[in-house]
Design a protein around this ligand. Sequence first.
Ligand code: GLU
Length: 260
Amino acid sequence: SQRDDICSRGKLVAGVKYDAPPFGYLDDAGNPVGFDVDIVKEVQKDLSTFCKKTIGLELKQVVSKNRQEFIQNGSIDMAAATTTATFARMDSVDFSNIYFVDGQRLLVKSDSSIKSVKDLAGKKVGTAQGSTSETNIKAASPKALVQSFAQYTDAFVALQQGRVDAVTTDSTILLGLRASAEKPADYKIVGAFFSSEPYGIIVKQDDSKWRNFVNETLSRVGSDGTYKKIFSKWFGKGTKYVLTDPKSQITVPAQYPVRR
Ligand code: GLU
């Protein structure tokens, strides 16, 4: 199992986003930080306990388009990277239990007349290659001119420069992009949610010991208060990314397995 390989190697190699604040992005010093990075660190912590030695952590950048490939070719052990668990993706990777739920919306300039997906015919809409956002927007608004970028940050730069009329992806990433702007008030998130995006951590297929290990960390952080702490650190009152109306945050159902 990858779990035992990590123990002998002494290091966890995890994929995270650099383009999806506040899940994964670079801080002012150039270090990857965010909600997903903090979740990865909890897995690292449990690995150190399980392996009975200090397990190091190497973070590698992934983008929506390459994260499954990085899992399949073994360049990373896991990715916590805003990845929606879809059955199509389960053809190439396995998913942990769900640790965050979001949905897709639109980010536009404050003075834009776009109010919902109904207003997108003939409009340029930026998103990321290989994302569910790309698939969903094409279905929700077949007449929109969808432009797919490697990274969400590129799509947002295109919006700032007027090269696209809207950016679309999961609402919390839009919140993060908006908050990263020099003047967040110049942008607004509009329209109703038009998808459901349950996030899972991806791992290689058919390795239940490793996948269950990751699930045990999610289970632990959900029940010992760590998840709540991480959630309020990134999305709580007084933060840059305050989520006033979160769709959901995990609570571990009483029927989940426990370690005894
Ligand atoms: N959660 C969606 C997806 O997995 C959009 C965000 C992303 O591209 O990471 O495709």
